[in-house]
Design a protein around this ligand. Structure first.
Ligand code: URA
Length: 477
């Protein structure tokens, strides 16, 4: 009997090396026992190297791909099954096409289960922000059905290339520092970061996108496996949503503005998709804006953004700032003005004696518009249609906050606030009365200063910006 020791539960290379040597030596599958970790006698690398004149057997590519997935399955027989299939392939080259064969069918079902586990991991990972030095880091905990951490990790690298993150699982942990992907051994659940404010946001988001009229408890729970529920903040609201479904469906029938967009007459949908009010949940409070924005489909910008970025600040703010759109860092953090432009903005506010915490800061457009350039995402200006589509959100934020003064930072913000194209340099600093009784005040966008090539120009522009902020504050302070 050959007792083969593999280095880890997912040691594909070890299995492959041992399987080659065992096959060359003609060892039948029922004379091999595969073990992971301690207790086995023979390491895969200790097996004799096949003689040079051993018959060459080309392993089909399809089998190698199958084997790479199967080693990730939790079935304790997976290494044995693979070796059996490998030996049978010598005499039955078309074996993998015989789906009625017991061993082939079992292998294909296992491959499918591994694929599903990887898919679910991509869907259900929820990052939490943790404090780690100067830069924010994001950590997620998940218990995948199979050992798919390494298989799913490249997806997260692509999706969150600019973020520092770790995905912890009981089997393996994946870490990305912005440049390289590394793996460490699995961890118990206690190492996952505890509940924080992001969880409440997720819960509200999940409730806002949930359509009670289409409640299918079975589908809902099978789409989100119970095993994964406990790691998901939104899972906490599922029982309540199911309970309240009938009442909420009734309210939807009575409230025409929540009619789904597909019920609108065809002409109206094609000609004016952005002016259809029924396709977004109307936020009833400032706290509800963020989750409602996550479900926004008023234009296409949501498709590539990490998340929608709603305004931030107290509902009682007398002054509202409107920027253009979230940048790269705002898109990751989910908050407006936290990146380089935000830092300059904070400095200028402090110099003007204007406390940001007493203002409501938002953007004309709620999703980051960018062009990928290697690992970077380059800012692209929103177009007229996107500004118009997103104005709906700004109008709701204005209704909820009722600021006395709205300071538009730059031309995009000005266009959204005033409802017409503006010339910042001609119109800056002059208060403009608005229909709702508030006043608009136009100034430059902080990133305008960052883009000026000469330091002397930057200093002058910054001084004028601080003056504008002081003047704006004096109108409401
Ligand atoms: N620029 C903006 O206009 N808004 C932000 O939130 C960040 C940068």
């Amino acid at each position: 009997m050959s007792l083969i020791r593999l280095e880890s539960e997912t040691d594909f290379e070890g299995w492959r090396r041992a399987a080659r040597a065992l096959r060359a030596a003609g060892v039948p599958p029922d004379r091999v026992v595969w073990k992971v970790g301690d207790g086995a006698e023979l390491f895969a690398e200790d097996l004799p190297v096949p003689p040079v004149d051993a018959p060459v057997f080309a392993t089909p590519r399809a089998f190698v791909e199958l084997a790479q997935d199967l080693v990730l399955h939790r079935d304790g027989e997976r290494f044995d099954l693979l070796y059996r299939l490998l030996r049978r392939l010598e005499d039955e080259p078309n074996l993998l096409k015989i789906v009625t064969d017991y061993e082939v069918a079992k292998a294909l079902a296992m491959k499918k289960a591994v694929g599903k586990a990887a898919y679910q991991m991509k869907q259900y990972v929820r990052f939490r922000k943790v404090e780690d030095g100067d830069e924010p880091a994001y950590v997620a905990w998940i218990e995948p059905a199979h050992r798919v951490a390494a298989k799913a990790a490249p997806f997260f690298v692509e999706r969150f290339a600019n973020m520092r993150w770790s995905i912890l699982t009981p089997d393996a942990c994946a870490h990305w520092d912005g440049e390289g992907l590394a793996f460490t051994p699995g961890l118990p659940r206690e190492h996952a970061p505890g509940p924080d404010v992001l969880e409440d946001l997720w819960r509200s988001y999940f409730s806002s996108t949930f359509n009670p009229a289409r409640l299918k408890v079975k589908a809902m729970t099978s789409q989100m496996p119970k095993r994964l529920w406990r790691n998901l903040p939104e899972a906490a609201v599922i029982p309540r949503l199911i309970e309240q479904a009938a009442a909420r469906a009734e309210t939807m029938v009575q409230t025409p503005h929540t009619e789904p967009q597909r019920r609108l007459p065809r002409r109206e949908r094609v000609e004016a998709p952005v002016s259809v009010p029924g396709d977004s949940v109307v936020p009833a409070s400032v706290e509800e804006v963020w989750p409602a924005v996550q479900a926004c489909r008023r234009c296409d910008l949501w498709r590539n953004a990490t998340q929608g970025v709603a305004g931030k600040g107290p509902a009682t703010a007398r002054l509202m700032f409107v920027g253009e759109q979230p940048g790269d860092q705002e898109d990751l953090a989910g908050e407006p003005f936290v990146g380089p432009a935000g830092q300059l903005f904070d400095r200028a506010l402090a110099e003007a004696g204007l406390p940001r915490t007493e203002t409501y800061v938002t953007n004309a457009v709620k999703h980051f518009k960018f062009e990928p350039r290697g690992k970077r995402r380059l800012h692209r200006k929103p177009d007229g249609g996107e500004i118009k589509a997103c104005r709906w959100w700004l109008e709701h934020e204005r209704k909820l906050v009722k600021p006395r003064l709205i300071v538009a930072l730059g031309a995009t913000a000005g266009q959204s606030v005033l409802g017409r194209p503006v010339s910042v340099m001609k119109e800056r600093g002059s208060p403009v009365p608005l229909e709702d009784g508030s006043t608009a005040f136009l100034t430059v966008h902080p990133s305008y200063m960052l883009r000026l090539p000469e330091q002397s120009d930057r200093d002058r522009a910054y001084g004028m910006f601080v003056e504008d902020l002081r003047a704006a504050w004096s109108l409401v302070a």
